[in-house]
Design a protein around this ligand. Structure first.
Ligand code: BGC
Length: 465
């Protein structure tokens, strides 16, 4: 295991170590302060959608306990906190003037962070489409892109003087794949390749939001975050390689290429029909999508292995999806790697590979990079002495931060944000997957720092600044 001071010695002086969370997963208080409904409230209320039947209603009750949570961050000694601004708190109907009670909550949070010397990093869209916009089509509708830009402008007016970094979208890949293609996440559509319309609309939302933030003169830097999963073919052979390529396009490149290069990638002949939604977009949109960025955010959790043949089971990393069975390829296992509680392969070397791949593919078009999320779920328990020993998470984080640093000769890597501070509501997995540095008892809401919290605290305090 990498000792805290050994890792600390490898961290550049100004390298950001942060924690990341998202509104729906921690805030609760879904009807307080005039908050509107989000697509996730609706989705979670449908029977069978969330594995344990829980909803965003309470989660960590961070809306009321944010002071305690910022105090934990201060104790941990992190440099930055990446949070998301709940769209339905600011615009309960998804349009119109800002809801002052919603603004007031983030004002209080920002005051607390600045007082603690923690740099605020705000995500605008972490999946909580206001329900009225979802009813109008959500990301299948171009109008949602303009609505996001309006929200960005309101957030800029309210918080533009205090936020250090803005992230327009979190993981558009996951929204398209899990939300619209496979039906695992809200809004629960199973459109397979027809879901690709949501890619373009989200990217347009990104571009318009960057323009809106800059037009309002925000002092912070502006970027975007996607989740990258390096894709490999399970076996040799033409079809394995083709399907791996299609999955790489769908998961990674149809987002990163337009944002960083200003064009969609070339689509393989085999799947030209499937990518029609992206081949037929208005070329003028690319000028909006391809904005100069101050940084690029990359979330890394695991690689993907693709094999020819329809899946025999419907499972995906984030839950079961019957729609998977209609595909001519499937996600293959990684028997050579240990697994997280979610069953995800633990393979830090693919993080190094992802970063090197970005450097090779985007070269001078790649701005400074932050790993805006990385972490793992394990079945953590509080022992009889009140301790939570999560040695597996310590190794996971140490190995992944080190693996990211291994690529810093090729990529201008500026930071790593741990997903996540608190155990929280893990979307379709409800409260069953614990990712936190801090254990949360979901009955009493008592927070208990785990050994990974103490480990990261030692890393931070050993750094030479
Ligand atoms: C998301 C988080 C999520 C985490 C673990 C990312 O996909 O941005 O909201 O909790 O991964 O699944």
């Amino acid at each position: 295991m990498i000792e805290p001071d050994a890792l600390a010695a490898r961290l550049p002086r100004d390298f950001t170590i942060g924690v990341a969370m998202a509104a729906t997963q921690i805030e609760g208080a879904v009807t307080e302060g005039g908050r509107g409904r989000s697509t996730w409230d609706t989705f979670a209320a449908q029977p069978g959608r969330i594995i344990d039947g829980t909803t965003p209603e309470i989660t960590d009750d961070h809306f009321h306990r944010y002071r305690e949570d910022v105090a934990l961050m201060r104790e941990l000694g992190v440099d930055a906190y990446r949070f998301s601004i709940a769209w339905p708190r600011i615009q309960p109907e998804g349009r119109g003037a800002a809801n002052s009670a919603g603004i007031a909550f983030y004002d209080r949070l920002l005051d607390e962070l600045l007082e603690a010397g923690i740099s605020p990093v705000a995500t605008l869209f972490h999946w909580d489409v206001p329900e009225p916009l979802q009813r109008a089509g959500g990301w299948m509708t171009r109008d949602t892109a303009s609505r996001l830009a309006d929200f960005a402008a309101l957030a800029a007016d309210a918080f533009g003087d205090r936020i250090d970094k803005w992230i327009t979208l979190n993981e558009p890949t996951t929204v398209t794949l899990n939300g619209y293609a496979l039906g695992i996440h809200a809004p629960g559509e199973s459109l397979l390749f027809d879901a690709l319309t949501t890619v373009h609309n989200q990217l347009l939302g990104h571009g318009l939001s960057v323009q809106a933030l800059r037009a309002r003169g925000v002092k912070g830097q502006v970027g975007v975050t996607n989740v990258h999963s390096p894709v490999v073919a399970a076996q040799r052979g033409f079809m394995n390689a083709q399907f791996a390529k299609v999955f790489d396009l769908v998961h990674n490149r149809i987002y990163a290429d337009p944002v960083l290069l200003g064009r969609y990638p070339r689509f393989p002949l085999l799947a030209r029909k499937e990518f029609r939604a992206l081949r037929e977009t208005d070329p003028a949109d690319m000028a909006i999508i391809h904005q100069p960025l101050d940084f690029y955010g990359l979330n890394y959790y695991m690689p993907t292995r693709i094999a020819v043949g329809a899946p025999t089971e419907a499972s995906t990393p984030d839950g079961d999806a019957e729609a998977m069975r209609d595909l001519p390829f499937h996600l293959a296992e990684w028997p050579e790697y240990p697994k997280t509680g979610f069953g995800w392969p633990i393979s830090p070397e693919y993080l190094t590979a992802s970063l090197r791949d970005y450097a090779a593919r985007y070269g001078g078009s790649l701005p400074p990079v932050y790993i805006t999320e990385g972490g793992a779920s394990f079945a953590d328990v509080v022992d009889s002495e009140g301790r939570v020993d999560d040695a597996s998470r310590v190794s996971y984080l140490a190995d992944h931060i080190a693996a990211a640093l291994d690529a810093s000769d090729e990529v201008d890597l500026r930071g790593y944000f741990v997903w996540t501070l608190l155990d929280n509501w893990e979307w379709a997995a409800g409260l069953t997957q614990r990712f936190g540095l801090v254990h949360v008892d979901f009955d009493s809401l008592v927070r208990t720092p785990k050994s990974s919290f103490r480990w990261l605290q030692r890393v931070q305090s050993s750094r030479k600044r």
